[in-house]
Design a protein around this ligand. Structure first.
Ligand SMILES: Nc1nonc1C(=O)N1CCN(Cc2ccccn2)CC1
Length: 250
């Protein structure tokens, strides 16, 4: 996976490249990241990348020329890397919500160009001319698209084969199967009088699997019932959820 990011603040992306799973995945060449600063595509001495909005109003809008030139340069680099039709994504509150299904779809792409806007946004002609899809990471307003791009990249990188020590981990991630995650415990068995559920100490892997599935179903029912609306339950899952509900003391 090659990411080409258009951003005024390339330094921010060290948060993705310098730590944990994402750092190891980069070192293993599971993905590549190239940042393009629109200021490098300006023709004036002040390296101007924004201007006042036509029609008046507060704030500034990012100019089309530097952005389109940066996007074109990123697409050429993608083409040279063998990705002939990289998807151009604009992070924006107006975008379609990012969910795990979208993450899995995007992780199958070989190259993505991510456009990070600032200020009041980018000139609409950039979106019409070069953006394939607008994506939002949530219904709130950030200071710019960079954190949204990093959230998207982080969730995609976890999907890349070899990124997680145990490939099963990705499948067990929350939302992977449309459910919230089950509770997790580690040592000690008794912490300040709070003990670990006996089943997890039993070594009975079939029972442990059933307990974890039941807890995931129960948690989803309690905290995000909307996710259950979208999910067909197996016979076993329906029974486990029914048991959880009857045991749940409100
Ligand atoms: N929510 C989000 N999910 O992705 N990005 C965001 C997000 O809040 N932002 C902040 C504003 N930026 C600039 C902007 C302003 C107005 C219209 C379009 N673009 C984009 C990125």
């Amino acid at each position: 996976m090659r990411f080409d990011v258009i951003t005024l603040f390339p330094e921010m992306f060290s948060a993705i490249t310098d730590f944990g799973i994402n750092r190891r995945a980069l070192e293993k060449d599971l993905y590549a990241l190239h940042c393009w600063n629109p200021r490098d595509f300006t023709a004036d001495n002040y390296r101007t990348i924004d201007d006042r909005p036509y029609g008046g109003g507060p704030g500034m809008v990012m100019l089309p020329e530097p952005l389109l030139a940066a996007i074109e340069a990123a697409k050429v680099a993608q083409n040279q890397a063998g990705n002939l039709a990289p998807k151009v994504i604009y992070l924006s509150p107006q975008g379609q919500p990012l969910d795990q299904a979208a993450v899995k779809q995007l992780s199958a792409c070989s190259g993505l160009v991510l456009l990070c806007g600032r200020y009041e946004g980018v000139d609409e002609r950039v979106i019409k001319h070069s953006v394939d899809v607008e994506v939002s990471i949530g219904d709130y307003v950030l200071s710019g698209g960079e954190l949204g791009a990093m959230v998207m990249m982080d969730s995609i990188i976890r999907q890349l084969p070899g990124a997680l020590n145990h490939n099963l981990s990705a499948q067990q991630d929350s939302f992977e199967d449309g459910l919230l995650d089950c509770p997790h415990y580690t040592r000690p068995e008794d912490y300040r009088g709070m003990t670990v559920p006996d089943v997890l100490l039993s070594g009975n892997h079939a029972e442990i699997r059933r307990w974890r599935l039941k807890q995931a179903l129960g948690r989803t029912w309690l905290r995000r019932p909307d996710l259950l609306d979208q999910r067909v339950l197996s016979k076993e899952e329906a029974r486990l959820l029914s048991d959880f509900k009857s045991e749940h003391i409100t």
